[in-house]
Ligand binder design. Structure first.
Ligand code: PLP
Length: 431
C-alpha cells in the first residue's frame, strides 16, 4: 500500500521532492496530540510536528471547533475585497503581540510569500534592490527568496531582481566564527557587516534579513544580541531589519515570544508562517506602518488570511497565549537540552538550541567533520524506536527537534530515551 503510494508519488511529483526514509517512505494517516499513526500501522511520537507547523498538536478540539464554526457559515473564501472579521481580529492580535508600535499586518499563505512581500516593501521604501542576507539561511523557494537563501541545496543561480551581499553565519562549530565566544562573535559580526557594506555594496542597502535561529540551516544561532549589534550599524544609514520568524515565532524559543527579543532590538518587519495556522496555510508580515504602507499599489493575495485559515490562526494564538506555551517550551525544552548535553558520545559534535528548537550535529567521532551517513542511521533508528525527528543542515548532518509546543514532560523524556538509545547504538557502531 505504502510502496504503491511511493511509486505513484515518484511517478507524478517532481524528482527534487524527496521524502524521508527512502524506500520506506512514511504516509501519516492520522494524528492525536503529539502522536501520529503511519500507513505502516505504527504510532510515532512526533518531534518534528510537520516542519514545526503542527505547533499545538494534532486533532486539537479548540482549533477544530473554530474552523468548523467558520465552515458552518458556508463561507470558506470571499477574497479581501470584502471585510473578513476573522482576519481583522487576527491582525489586531498579531499587531499587539508583535512588539512593534503602530503595526500593520499583511497575510499570505506561506513563509515564502511573507518574505517576498517583506522584500518588496523594504526595496520600495528604500528605492534600492540591495539586500544583506546571512550565509546558511533559508527564506523560501521563489526568485527573490531563493536569492537570499545562503544554502547550496536550496539556492538557485536563476536570475534574481535583487542584489544580495552575504554576511557570515553565527555557526561556532565551523566557518569564520568557529570556536569564538559570544563577545568575539559579536565583534567579528560587526566587522564583517562594516566590511561588506564598504566593499561590496554601493551603500544604499534596503534591508538585512535574518532568522533569529537558522532553521533549515540546522538550528544554528549566533549569540544573543547579534541582531542588535547589526542594527546599531544599520541604523546609521537607515537600513531596515527584517526578522524571519517563520520558525522562531510564537514562543518556540522558550525564553521569548519572538526570536528577535533575545537581541535587544525591534525589527522593522517580522515575517511569520508555519505554526500560526497549526497546519492551515497562513503566513504574513507584521511591521511598522511606514514600511508596510511603502508599496504604492500591489495586488492583494487571493487566499491570504482567508476566513478558515484566519479562524485557525485566532484559535492557535489564543491557545498559545492562554496556556503559556512559551513557558512550556522553555521548561520541556530544557529537559531535552540537558539530557542531550549530558551525553558523552564522540559522534555528537554539538547540541544546540533554544526552547523547543533543538539541533544535534552528528560528526565523525571526535572531529567536527559532518557525518551525514551516521545521521541517517540515527534518524532511521529513531523511527524504528517510534520517534520522528527532522534532519537537515548544510551538510545533512543535523537532527532537528521541533515538536508541538504542547509537548509534555513525560513525552519529552520518552522521546529523549529513544533518541539517546539511537545515538548510543550508532556511536558504538562508528568506533
Ligand atoms: N523562512 C524560514 C525561516 C523557513 O524555515 C521557511 C520554510 O521552511 C520559509 C521561510 C519558507 O516558508 P514556506 O515553506 O511556508 O514558504
Amino acid at each position: 500500500m505504502s510502496d504503491d503510494l511511493l511509486a505513484r508519488h515518484k511517478a507524478v511529483l517532481p524528482s527534487w521532492m524527496p521524502t524521508y526514509y527512502g524506500d520506506d517512505a512514511l504516509e501519516i494517516v492520522s494524528g492525536s496530540g503529539r502522536r501520529v499513526t503511519g500507513g505502516d500501522g505504527r504510532t510515532y511520537l512526533d518531534f518534528f510536528g510537520g516542519v514545526l507547523t503542527t505547533m499545538i498538536g494534532y486533532d486539537i478540539p479548540e482549533i477544530n471547533e473554530a474552523v468548523q464554526r467558520q465552515l458552518a457559515t458556508g463561507v470558506v473564501h470571499t477574497s479581501t475585497l470584502y471585510l473578513i472579521k476573522q482576519q481583522v481580529e487576527l491582525a489586531e492580535k498579531i499587531a499587539r503581540v508583535s512588539g512593534i508600535p503602530d503595526a500593520r499586518v499583511f497575510f499570505t499563505n506561506s513563509g515564502t510569500e511573507a518574505n517576498e512581500t517583506a522584500l518588496l516593501m523594504a526595496t520600495n521604501l528604500r528605492r534600492s534592490n540591495q539586500i544583506l542576507a546571512i550565509k546558511n539561511s533559508y527564506h523560501g523557494r521563489t526568485f527573490a527568496t531563493m536569492a537570499i537563501t545562503g544554502h547550496r541545496s536550496w539556492s538557485s543561480s536563476a536570475l534574481t531582481p535583487l542584489n544580495v551581499s552575504w554576511l557570515a553565519s553565527g555557526d561556532r562549530l565551523r566557518g569564520r566564527m568557529a570556536g569564538l565566544d559570544d563577545a568575539a562573535v559579536l565583534d567579528a559580526a560587526v566587522d564583517d557587516l562594516r566590511e561588506v557594506l564598504a566593499t561590496v555594496t554601493a551603500g544604499d542597502v534596503a534591508a538585512l534579513i535574518a532568522e533569529p535561529v537558522q532553521g533549515v540551516g540546522g538550528f544554528v544561532a549566533g549569540p544573543d544580541g547579534l541582531l542588535g549589534a547589526y542594527h546599531k550599524v544599520l541604523s546609521e544609514t537607515g537600513i531596515l531589519l527584517i526578522a524571519d520568524e517563520v520558525q522562531t515565532g510564537w514562543g518556540r524559543t522558550g525564553e521569548h515570544f519572538w526570536g528577535y527579543q533575545a537581541h535587544g532590538v525591534t525589527p522593522d518587519l517580522i515575517t511569520f508562517a508555519k505554526g500560526i495556522g497549526n497546519g492551515f496555510a497562513l503566513g504574513g508580515v507584521v511591521g511598522r506602518a511606514e514600511v508596510m504602507n511603502a508599496v504604492p499599489a500591489i495586488s492583494f493575495s487571493t487566499f491570504g488570511g482567508n476566513p478558515v485559515s484566519a479562524a485557525a490562526g485566532n484559535a492557535v494564538l489564543d491557545y498559545v497565549l492562554d496556556r503559556d506555551l512559551q513557558g512550556n517550551a522553555a521548561r520541556v525544552g530544557a529537559i531535552l537540552l540537558d539530557g542531550l548535553r549530558g551525553l558523552d558520545l564522540p559522534i555528537v559534535g554539538e547540541v544546540r538550541g533554544k526552547g523547543l528548537m533543538i539541533g544535534v550535529e552528528i560528526v565523525h567521532p571526535g572531529t567536527t567533520e559532518p557525518d551525514p551517513a551516521a545521521t541517517v542511521r540515527v534518524f532511521d533508528e529513531c523511527r524504528a524506536g517510534g520517534l520522528l525527528v527532522g534532519k537537515g543542515g548544510l551538510y545533512g548532518n543535523v537532527l532537528r527537534m521541533g515538536p508541538a509546543l504542547t509537548l509534555t514532560e513525560a513525552e519529552a523524556r520518552e522521546g529523549l530515551g529513544i533518541l539517546v538509545d539511537a545515538l548510543s547504538r550508532v556511536d558504538t557502531d562508528s568506533r
